[in-house]
Write a protein that binds this ligand. Structure first.
Ligand SMILES: [Zn+2]
Length: 137
């Protein structure tokens, strides 16, 4: 796996492995673009059914990226109810942007709001005010 600059994969206190900053990402700046295999709606349904964990993001209607193949480390960004990054979709590209200054060594997190996980899939972010589920229902 070729990591995007400034990222490292390490054990995460939230879930499994996570994506960590190795450099400062200033507030409002791009962290990295989400990379992965471009797959169809039908393929998404199949992969979601057969994998407990998956790393699929929608970029636009009918276009999804599976970071499990060809990912650059951003597919390890865990969900948090109090994230330090957010996703921006621009011209078919999915970008992670810094919500605040992110220091080297910090885990990068994002509020995924709506995922292919079931609505009762538990959130383990442990953040103050955690809503208890990854999907906002
Ligand atoms: Zn949470």
């Amino acid at each position: 796996m070729k990591l995007a600059p400034g990222l490292a994969i390490q054990k995460s206190p939230i879930d499994g492995r996570g994506c960590f900053a190795t450099q400062l990402f200033p507030k409002g700046k791009k962290i990295a673009e989400y990379a992965g295999e471009l797959i169809s709606e039908r393929e998404v349904a199949l992969r979601v059914k057969t994998r407990r964990k998956h790393r699929i993001c929608a970029i636009e209607r009918g276009r999804h990226l599976d970071g499990a193949r060809g990912g650059n480390g951003t597919h390890y960004i865990n969900h948090s109810c109090r994230p330090n990054s957010y996703m921006r979709i621009t011209h078919g590209h999915l970008l992670f942007m810094a919500l605040r200054d992110i220091q080297p060594g910090e885990e990068i997190t994002c509020d995924y709001i709506s995922t292919h996980h079931p609505d009762d899939y538990r959130c383990r972010c442990k953040a103050e005010g955690c809503r208890g589920t990854i999907n906002r229902v």
